[in-house]
Design a protein around this ligand. Structure first.
Ligand SMILES: CC(C)(COP(=O)(O)OP(=O)(O)OC[C@H]1O[C@@H](n2cnc3c(N)ncnc32)[C@H](O)[C@@H]1OP(=O)(O)O)[C@@H](O)C(=O)NCCC(=O)NCCS
Length: 310
C-alpha cells in the first residue's frame, strides 16, 4: 500500500484496480448531486470508469482515494495535458461533511510529488452549488476565469432552423483530408486539442463539418455517452467570415438528427460561456434550455507552485 498520509483514522492512497468499482460508484453518487458535481467526469459508474481508465498517466498514478475504516470517503484525480502544460483536477469529492475540508486539503497536498514540472496551469470546474470546492480552491490561489451555462435539449423540443443562405455549403462527416482546415479552426486551448479530437473519433464520438469548395469552414464535435444516456456537444465553431448564414444552426440540427436516432439518447447537453450571447441565442432557438451554471477556476503554478494547502 502506498500510504502518503494519515488523518486520525483516514488513509490516503493511490487508486488501485481492486478499489476501482467502489470508487466509480462513490464518484457517481457525488456527480448526481449539484452540491458535489465536478466537471469533466460523467455521471454513471460505467462512464466514469471508462474515463479513469483512459487517464494518462494511468489511474494508479493520477488518482488518489481517501479511506475511512475500509470505506472510500474521498477522491481526487488529475488529467494532465503535457501539450497544453495544463492539468485538470477531477475533484475533490468527499462524503464526510464534518471532515470535508481536512480530507480535501490532504488529497490536494498529496499531489505535491506527482505533478510534472512542465505543468504551469491547474484548472478545475464545478457547479456554483459546490460551495465546499469553491471555498477551498479560492483560499488556495485559484481564481474564477470562466463561467459556463449548461443547456439541455430533450427529444421533444422544437427547433427553429434558418435556411443556409449559401446553398453550396455541404454538411457532412469529417474525413482525414479535412485535417489541416479543421486544425486551423479549432482553438488551441480547447479541452481536447485538434489531434486529440481526431484520435477520439468512433461510432460514439463524431465530427461533422460544414464545407464549401471542399474546404471546412465550420464544424461540430459531439460525443454520445451510452452509460449516461445522453449526447454532449463539445465544440462548435464557424469561421468568422461565414457566420450569420445559418451554418451553426445547420450543424446543431445535424447533431440533433444523428443523436436522437438512438433510443437511449434522452437529451443533448451543451456548455456555453455566460458572455457568449451569440452562441446562447443559437442554442435557445434550437430548443435548448438553461439547466445550471458551471464555474471554472485556475491557479498559475509558475506564480504559486503546488505546495501546502490551507
Ligand atoms: C456560435 C457560432 C458557432 C454561430 O455560428 P453561425 O454560423 O454564425 O450561426 P447561425 O448563422 O446559424 O446563427 C447566427 C445568427 O445568424 C442568423 N442567421 C442564420 N441564417 C441566416 C441567414 N441566412 N441570413 C441572415 N442571418 C441568418 C441567425 O438567425 C442567428 O441570429 P441570432 O444571433 O439572433 O440567433 C459562431 O458565432 C462561432 O463560431 N463562434 C465562435 C465559437 C463559439 O462561440 N462556439 C460556441 C461554443 S459553445
Amino acid at each position: 500500500m502506498n500510504r502518503s498520509c494519515t488523518m486520525s483514522e483516514i488513509i490516503i492512497r493511490n487508486l488501485s484496480e481492486e478499489s476501482m468499482e467502489e470508487t466509480v460508484k462513490f464518484i457517481s453518487s457525488c456527480q448526481t448531486v449539484d452540491e458535489s458535481f465536478i466537471a469533466w467526469l460523467g455521471y454513471s459508474p460505467e462512464e466514469i470508469k471508462s474515463q479513469l481508465m483512459d487517464l494518462t498517466p494511468s489511474f494508479t498514478e493520477s488518482c488518489l482515494i481517501a479511506i475511512d475504516g475500509g470505506v472510500i470517503c474521498g477522491f481526487l484525480g488529475i488529467y494532465v495535458s503535457e501539450e497544453q502544460s495544463t492539468l485538470r483536477l477531477l475533484g475533490p469529492y468527499v462524503s464526510k461533511p464534518k471532515n470535508w475540508t481536512e480530507i480535501a486539503l490532504n488529497l490536494l497536498a498529496a499531489f505535491k510529488t506527482k505533478i510534472p514540472t512542465t505543468i504551469n496551469l491547474a484548472k478545475v470546474a464545478f457547479y456554483e452549488a459546490n460551495v465546499n470546492c469553491k471555498r477551498v480552491y479560492e483560499a488556495n490561489h485559484f481564481n474564477v476565469y470562466n463561467a459556463e451555462k449548461t443547456l439541455i435539449r430533450d427529444k421533444k423540443s422544437l427547433s427553429n432552423v434558418s435556411e443556409v443562405s449559401n446553398q453550396k455549403i455541404n454538411i457532412r462527416y469529417y474525413t482525414s483530408s479535412d485535417f489541416d482546415d479543421f486544425i486551423k479552426l479549432h482553438p488551441e486551448t480547447a479541452y481536447f486539442t485538434g489531434p486529440e479530437v481526431v484520435n477520439r473519433l468512433d461510432d460514439y464520438n463524431q465530427l461533422i463539418v460544414a464545407a464549401t469548395d471542399n474546404h471546412v469552414i465550420g464544424y461540430v464535435y459531439f460525443e454520445k455517452l451510452r452509460g449516461d444516456g445522453y449526447a454532449e456537444i463539445c465544440f462548435l465553431n464557424v469561421s468568422p467570415e461565414f457566420r450569420s448564414r445559418g451554418i451553426g444552426s445547420q450543424l446543431i440540427n445535424q447533431v440533433i438528427r444523428e443523436a436522437f436516432q438512438y433510443d437511449w439518447v434522452n437529451h443533448i447537453q451543451i456548455s456555453v460561456r455566460v458572455n457568449n450571447k451569440e452562441a446562447e441565442r443559437l442554442y435557445t432557438r434550437m430548443g435548448f434550455k438553461e439547466e445550471n451554471v458551471i464555474i471554472a477556476l485556475q491557479r498559475d503554478l509558475n506564480v504559486y507552485p503546488w505546495g501546502d494547502f490551507t
